[in-house]
Design a protein around this ligand. Sequence first.
Ligand code: HEM
Length: 362
Amino acid sequence: MAQTYIGYSPDVEVIGEDEERLTAEILEIMASTNRKAFERHRHAVRDAHAKSHGFLKGELVVPELPEHLRQGLFARPATYSVVIRLSSAPGDIHSDTIPAPRGMAIKVIGVEGERLLPGDQGGNQDFLLVNIPILSFGTIGKYRQLIGLLEKNAQNPAFLQRAMAGVARGVEAAVEAVGVEPGATLRGLARDNDHLLGETYHSMAAIRFGDFIAKISAAPLSDNVRALTGKDVGTVGDSTMRDLVVEHFREQGAEYQIQAQLCTDLEKMPVEDAAVLWPEELSPHQPVATLRISPQDAYSPARRVYGDDGLSFNPWHGIREHQPLGSIMRVRIAAYERSVRYRHEMNAQPRVEPASIDAIPD
Ligand code: HEM
């Protein structure tokens, strides 16, 4: 049976009355915790996903797709260069002995189309993905409650201890306190330290997919990374995740499948609440491209400095055809800009936006 995909139109988004105030409050709290991280390190780190585990050059191969999937950068067969940053979610640098959600940020270089942000000088499309399918605090209001609670408890040793002893338990407490369903986030966070190259990474929230609306994911495709799915990595030290990435890419490559899950029902697959898992039965994740990565040095000093201090990834670096959707995406416009501005200023580093893969150091 042919699927009916919901067409994109601006009214799939509903802007709340208090978003401006909530955005300002969220930014203020994030700025304050970010400044504290700077004071500890005497170096500015990202406000989220501060710790990198690897930087990879690769290719995104878009094949000839069925008509409904020929959207945005997937409209025509093409091969793009990409740069990928692998990370852990906290906005500070912790030991890998503390389990944390992982991030995969993908920058697709040289994508044509109308830019989302005025003054955006790059020609790239970023996809920011995390190894959990949803965001429990999936609206700007819930997100404000969550980070307020974390801040309020920053001096509460019992709460902090729980938070630090395991991100899973810390977030569980926070999530319960703001009264949202733990659900998939907790299942994701409660996992042990599995191999990060075997994970499936998700946009969590929706984006415009040309004529339609979708959530994007990247799933292990080649046998070598599929074999790492759910693989406990054994004894973990401070930098085990980076070591695993470096070790893997020293001699091997990897392939991931980029998938789009198209919205078929705005009630059951809402745009304005990223806490709702879009049911696979209503709409499967459909392959739209392959990410190909060859063996390489994934963490050379030059790459680390370029990737951590020069590069920035942002869901709003991109084209109108892939506009991020929903309040949790709208708050990210200001949040990423503030984080980037602060860390580049404090580290006295120019912002870089690669126009070609040659800009990425080996
Ligand atoms: C909707 C789901 C979200 C996903 C999948 C996501 C994912 C990511 C990823 C993968 C990174 C690391 C980028 C890199 O490697 O440079 C990142 C960074 C960041 N995220 Fe998010 N994020 C989400 C929501 C949010 C929200 C709601 C906020 C704040 C309101 C936020 C604030 C930030 C900030 C400030 C950074 C650092 C930016 C920089 O300095 O470069 N994120 N996010």
